[in-house]
Design a binder for this molecule. Structure first.
Ligand SMILES: [Zn+2]
Length: 236
């Protein structure tokens, strides 16, 4: 069975991963914009400019190899006050990866991103991966996926879907990726304007780091420490 376009997730999918976050508390009229797959120079700075213009804080689920390639963009995201989350190092699909490869990839990304939030690429995990990761990260899914990457639908449909399904507490997923760019640049400003007009405010996703079990083995931390000491001795 092929799932049809799922803009708004049906209830049974959210039950499959009960420890994941699908929607934030809806006690205030707030929505949570999220951006996956960046940062990349072609799209992310444009997103950051737009968010700055509207004083919106959002959440970026970054891909480790992009953070490695464009550290200054990642720094800019943090400097602008946004939250960041881990989206693996190589954008690996859990269902197609063996568990140890998948976890190693996440650890590699963690060294650069350092977040207690994790979003699995393509939104799916094997049960064992889900259980393992839920003990170490807050797994953040979504309530509304914009399908901005989908070239088989029009930009008008993307916008209509976002506005139709957004509600208080919605986690809305966009992509700062090349694949989504041509939809995104048209949809995002309009979605923000319309949601504002409907009285929504915007927030980033944050959770206290209570559940996190430190992943990094002592070795990289020792290496960092030694590097710092070397630096110090240069100045001494
Ligand atoms: Zn992704």
């Amino acid at each position: 069975m092929r799932l049809k376009l799922q803009v708004h997730l049906p209830h049974y999918i959210t039950k499959w991963f009960p420890l994941a976050v699908w929607r934030m508390p809806d006690d205030s009229k707030t929505v949570y914009l999220t951006f996956d797959d960046g940062p990349i120079p072609e799209v992310t700075p444009w997103v950051l400019d737009l968010l700055r213009k509207h004083t919106i804080e959002a959440t970026f689920f970054a891909v480790g190899e992009n953070v490695f390639k464009y550290p200054e963009l990642f720094e800019q995201i943090l400097e602008d006050g946004h939250a960041v989350g881990n989206h693996t190092y190589h954008h690996l699909q859990g269902l197609k990866s063996d568990n140890s490869t998948y976890y190693k990839d996440i650890v590699e990304a963690d060294k650069l991103i350092g977040s207690n939030l994790f979003r699995p690429p393509h939104g799916w995990l094997k049960r064992a991966q889900y259980r393992y990761l839920a003990n170490r990260y807050k797994i953040v899914m979504w309530d509304v996926i914009s399908c901005d990457y989908n070239q088989n639908i029009t930009k008008e449909e993307v916008l209509k879907n976002v506005l139709k399904y957004a509600r208080a507490g919605s986690i809305i997923t966009f992509h700062d990726s090349l694949k989504a760019a041509n939809h995104l640049v048209w949809v995002l400003p309009r979605a923000i304007a319309a949601l504002k007009a409907e009285g929504y405010s915007f927030s980033k996703i944050e959770f206290p780091k209570v559940r996190r079990i430190l992943y990094s083995p002592p070795f990289p931390r020792m290496r960092r420490l030694r590097a710092n000491l070397r630096q110090l001795s240069l100045w001494a």
